[in-house]
Write a protein of this length. Structure first.
Length: 187
């Protein structure tokens, strides 16, 4: 069943059924905590002020999705469908989220908490991570070519283990790039 151009306000997961497609829909102040969204497809949708804490997204389609001020802690996006996967985040909490091996080129993460987020082998080519807290986020074999991390902070990225060619960093990000050398940077 296809739902098109609809707005869903303050609904819970039991009001969604499996094998449904949501296109050009808005979800506002919905509580999907611990919900099973497996197999659903979301295309060109926006989630605003929603709680998606620990939702299951196995084989879930996320095609050009924007999450605004949402709680997405612990969501394992690596289990979502790869086909046309594209997600963007504004003012959201992504602590302990997993993006293992996801391709999310040109993604935008703005004003997000990404504490201990797993970005291992994630393709973030040309992504913008604007003012994000990346404390203890996992970067290993991550593709950050052309990515912009100038305003993000608390990250540790090993340039020898990650593809960072033409990525943008600010001076305050240098300690995070040089951490493995155990040197002190002052000034």
């Amino acid at each position: 069943m296809l739902h098109e151009d609809q707005t869903f306000t303050k609904i819970s997961a039991d009001q969604l059924t499996s094998a449904q497609t949501y296109e050009h829909c808005k979800f506002i102040s919905c509580n999907f905590t611990n919900a099973n969204l497996d197999g659903l497809v979301f295309m060109d949708c926006t989630f605003e002020d929603c709680n998606l804490l620990l939702v299951s997204v196995g084989n879930t389609g996320f095609q050009n999705i924007v999450f605004k001020r949402c709680k997405l802690s612990g969501v394992n996006f690596s289990k979502a469908l790869d086909f046309l996967f594209e997600v963007h985040f504004e003012g959201s909490i992504l602590d302990n989220a997993i993006f293992y091996q996801k391709k999310n080129k040109k993604a935008k993460f703005t004003d997000c908490s990404m504490i201990e987020t797993d970005l291992t082998e994630t393709d973030l080519t040309d992504a913008k991570l604007i003012n994000c807290n990346l404390h203890r986020a996992f970067f290993s074999r991550t593709i950050l070519k052309g990515a912009d991390l100038r305003s993000s902070y608390n990250f540790t990225i090993d340039p020898d283990d990650n593809a960072i060619k033409k990525a943008h960093f600010s001076l305050h990000g240098l300690p995070g790039l040089l951490a493995k050398y155990d040197i002190k940077i002052e000034g």
